[in-house]
Design a protein around this ligand. Structure first.
Ligand SMILES: NC(=O)c1ccc[n+]([C@@H]2O[C@H](COP(=O)([O-])OP(=O)(O)OC[C@H]3O[C@@H](n4cnc5c(N)ncnc54)[C@H](O)[C@@H]3O)[C@@H](O)[C@H]2O)c1
Length: 284
């Protein structure tokens, strides 16, 4: 999609990190914005960072709620008439080995990371299709959606699902003859607030894996060392929309890890490579 100026972008998880930078990148293209998040103060801060003259609507929205995402879509279509870029970006991370992951870890992470994306597709895509314009659905997965990471099993499962559903969504749209396109964003570690994503965890899902300390240290060290910023990720995502590139892999090292995994799957390697602690390039 080449022309973004004057078009409409909806971005979830826009109160912080990659979502805030996606909002800034869309604003730089002259787009109208609907920025959504559970964090009302963070949303106001995002709005204040946007250049003057850009139409920005904030919406408090828990993406794991079917009804809340439906209300978000109603608001966006009522306010701006159509949506051209839908960024299903909100996400959270829970760490620790799989055997001590709690049922609440699963419900929280899958509810936000997987069902949040599913809710966005369900509430927005039929109306985007009916409008008949060009557009993109951009799902934020992760390098953890293309590889396996020790201590991130719940998160990896959610992100592998986002990659798979994004591939299926593209095929569904192609089969339906829709002009809509899909991108799936697969960054490795980027310095954002995701290591503190428990800050917005609902109280009824508070019970968490007790064995997270070593993994948490590893993620924070990896983020501190990351040479790719959230703004870099946003810039590469806009470029991928422009060039219609389905996979967005901002970290070059991830390509090697994907290749290694695929070689293992097709039998070139005998075994999955073990992860050590601390690792250099692991990602949430
Ligand atoms: N930072 C990384 O290293 C990294 C790497 C790969 C993928 N990702 C993915 O990038 C996306 C953005 O994360 P980030 O790194 O910018 O982290 P972040 O914590 O800075 O931003 C995530 C945003 O999502 C919001 N959010 C959390 N739960 C929500 C909910 N139920 N409904 C609506 N909003 C909710 C948070 O309030 C926050 O503003 C996530 O999907 C994450 O999994 C991040």
């Amino acid at each position: 999609m080449k022309q973004l100026g004057g078009k409409v972008a909806v971005i979830t998880g826009a109160a912080s990190g990659i979502g805030r930078e996606l909002a800034a990148a869309c604003a730089a293209q002259g787009m109208k914005l609907v920025v959504a998040d559970v964090d009302r103060d963070g949303l106001s801060a995002t709005k204040d960072l946007m250049p003057s003259g850009i139409a920005v609507r904030t919406a408090q929205c828990d993406v794991s709620s079917v009804e809340a995402v439906q209300r978000l879509a109603d608001l966006a279509f009522e306010e701006f008439g159509n949506v051209h870029l839908l960024f299903n970006n909100a996400g959270v991370a829970a760490l620790g080995p799989l055997w001590s992951a709690t049922p609440e870890d699963w419900k929280w992470v899958l509810g936000v990371n997987l069902l949040g994306v599913a809710n966005g597709i369900r509430s927005f895509v039929p109306r985007m299709m009916a409008a008949g314009d060009e557009g993109h659905i951009v799902n934020t997965a992760s390098a953890a959606g293309l590889t396996a990471v020790a201590g991130s099993g719940v998160y990896c499962a959610s992100k592998h699902a986002v990659v798979a559903l994004s591939e299926c969504l593209l095929k569904d749209l192609q089969l339906a003859g829709s002009p809509l396109k899909v991108n799936v964003l697969c960054p490795s570690l980027v310095k954002t607030a995701i290591a503190d994503s428990g800050r917005h965890r609902p109280i009824h899902l508070a019970s968490t894996n007790h064995d997270t300390a070593a993994y948490d240290l590893r993620v924070r060290a990896g983020m501190a060392a990351s040479e790719v910023s959230a703004a870099d990720v946003a810039r590469m995502t806009i470029q991928a929309i422009h060039d219609d590139e389905f996979y967005v892999l901002p970290h070059p090292a991830v390509r090697l890890r994907v290749e290694e995994r695929l070689r293992t799957i097709i039998g070139d390697h005998q075994h999955l490579q073990p992860d050590g602690l601390p690792a250099e390039t692991d990602e949430p």
